[in-house]
Design a protein around this ligand. Sequence first.
Ligand code: PLP
Length: 373
Amino acid sequence: MIQPYQNYQLRYKNEKERIKSIVYEAGMSDQFILKEKVARLEEKIKEYTGAPYATAVSNGTSALIIILKALGVKPGVDVLTPAFSFIATASCISLLGGNPIFVDIDKKTGMIDPDDVKRKITPSSRVIIAAHLFSVMANMHRLRDIADEHGLFLVEDSAVALGGTIDGVSAGLLGDIGLYSFFPAKPIGGIGDGGMIVTKDDELAARCKMLRNHGQEAGKRFYHTLIGYNYRMDELVADFITQRLEQLEQIIETRGELAELYHKELASSATYVSLPPKTEYQRVYYTYLVQAEYRDELQSFLEEKGIETVVFYPLAIHEQKAYQHLGHQQGDFPNAEQFASKSLAFPLYPEMRHADVRQITERVNEFYAAKQH
Ligand SMILES: Cc1ncc(COP(=O)(O)O)c(C=O)c1O
């Protein structure tokens, strides 16, 4: 590939000694899991986001499971969740025996539609999950109002939105509880799996901390207050993320500049490509996702030219085989289905040069220019 979707070799090229020393230090310290370095990362995330409580966990998916478990999701409990998202936004509900109640997305933003949330609320509803995807954030103000009006918890799946803010409040703290993923492809980009739960609620935070480590209260080894999981974070991962956090502002800025360049260079294909919607808040470009006419043809064309793109996501969640048992039909969530049929993400990573973006956009424009004739 001339233009790969990610380029981790570039990210780590000059990091050899630093990474070796992180591994060596962890090994020599006798401290491998949930120790000082994890506690230090939790403090750093609290500082960076303004969260009163932070709980480091093994990944974003385990964060979601812990959160939903802490909120009492179990058989018979309904959780409203977007029909278009990463599968974990729904599967974590199912894994706890709860019922995912799919909600359509807003046609323009691609995020959960507050009007459809209202339509889907029933007496069995307990939680709304709002996911921020790609670089767009859900309409948290309206969702907060709806959740309050109906006495529901509002979970913010901010797995990909660390660094984003609405009116100065960090993604993750706009609902009752939120999370970040440190998976290598995410904006901060870890060196393996990792996640973090953030909240302003002390009781919820305490429950999450117990649930991540077999239901133990801190300092009370082998005394189990809750039935919990082993969803702990390793010291190695924590040290790496703590160091990377220092670069996050720069990473976000660079990602934003690359996205701006995409906007500018793709303007001539505007009839065929809907660019990421304009927003008022500080966004974090996790991917550069467009809605593209002739999407599959464009993807093949780019691949032939050595440009790798990714379809996020090829199916809405109710269309996945794993959810066929719910009996949803084609057309039940038309905006989600439409998004799944047109979404395409172009490469966007902080080590990219402007010339790389131009090489990609020239090919995209060439593809659509041919369609005009
Ligand atoms: C919206 C969303 N939620 C949750 C997750 C799960 O995070 P992890 O991969 O760390 O388990 C992801 C990961 O891609 C995601 O995109």
